[in-house]
Write a protein that binds this ligand. Sequence first.
Ligand code: ASP
Length: 325
Amino acid sequence: LNVLPRILLHGGAGEWRIEARRRAHIEDSLREAVEAGLAKLNKGSALEGVVAALTCLEDSGLFNAGRGSYPNIENDIEVDAGLMDGSTLDTGAVAAVRNVRNPSKLSYIVLKQTKHVLLAGDGAERLAKAMGLWRRLEPSPEAAERARSRLKEHLKSEVWLTSLRRKYRFNLHDTVGCVALDGDGNLAAGTSTGGTPLKIPGRVGDSPIPGAGYYASNGLGAVSATGEGEDILKFCLSFRVSQDLSSSADPFKVLQRILEEMRRAFGRGTAGAVVLNPAGKGAFYATTNAIAVAWGTKRSVRSCMTEREELVRFNQMMRRDLGEG
Ligand code: ASP
């Protein structure tokens, strides 16, 4: 395979209308993450590139991941993340874990150093302590205040637990995810999130579940998803997309078809994804209003927050930048 190593990542898909300054910050941070990922990828593996890019986004505090994570209904942060190595199908993930700022690093440890795929809750937190990845993680005062004021009115009623589901369908999905191809032709994928705002403690979304929030297999392709986790789980989004990516079909068309199928299945558009096929062709698509993405090779790095009307144009730009390899 003679293609340049490459990274494609997302900072979530949602309905945002974002003011210009915040938007510039987000785009800068996405580019930095691509650069951090490429620095690793050009020396190491696709998997290491994915971890480096996700770590950078978790540390930025600008996304719903790592220290920027939304608090749950009790104002605690519980994060989910997962990684997959397309060359071996090795997978490592953590779910509903507290006090871990870099769940992608912890997932890497699960993948490399344990015989398990997914560790949840206390056990994952204990592994983090043993591996030096434990550090108290509490919501920022602004995040806590946002959660409190949203909740205040609602808590007056006793039925919050059951009505939560309908009442709090937020259209904010600024989770982070990444797919990469290295110089040996190996693919990897990963996703990291604080989950949905005001989730019930213990809730686990799609992001740490292989086949739902991410999937990678050298022969098929690599996928990282974002959006309403419950919908993505039910649809097995990343696995479905990966099954069709290996064909010679245009990856954009594959992704678009499956996400539109998902929209029809649930009667609403709640998801987005980034993909790379085995030949290194990339695509991104969302059925939400917008998706934040970035991509790069050692030649160029670019990021953008794309509204739906511009998806085709930005995909074309990405393909040119990636050299259509
Ligand atoms: N998929 C994530 C979850 O449901 C949320 C997101 O993508 O922002 O946990």
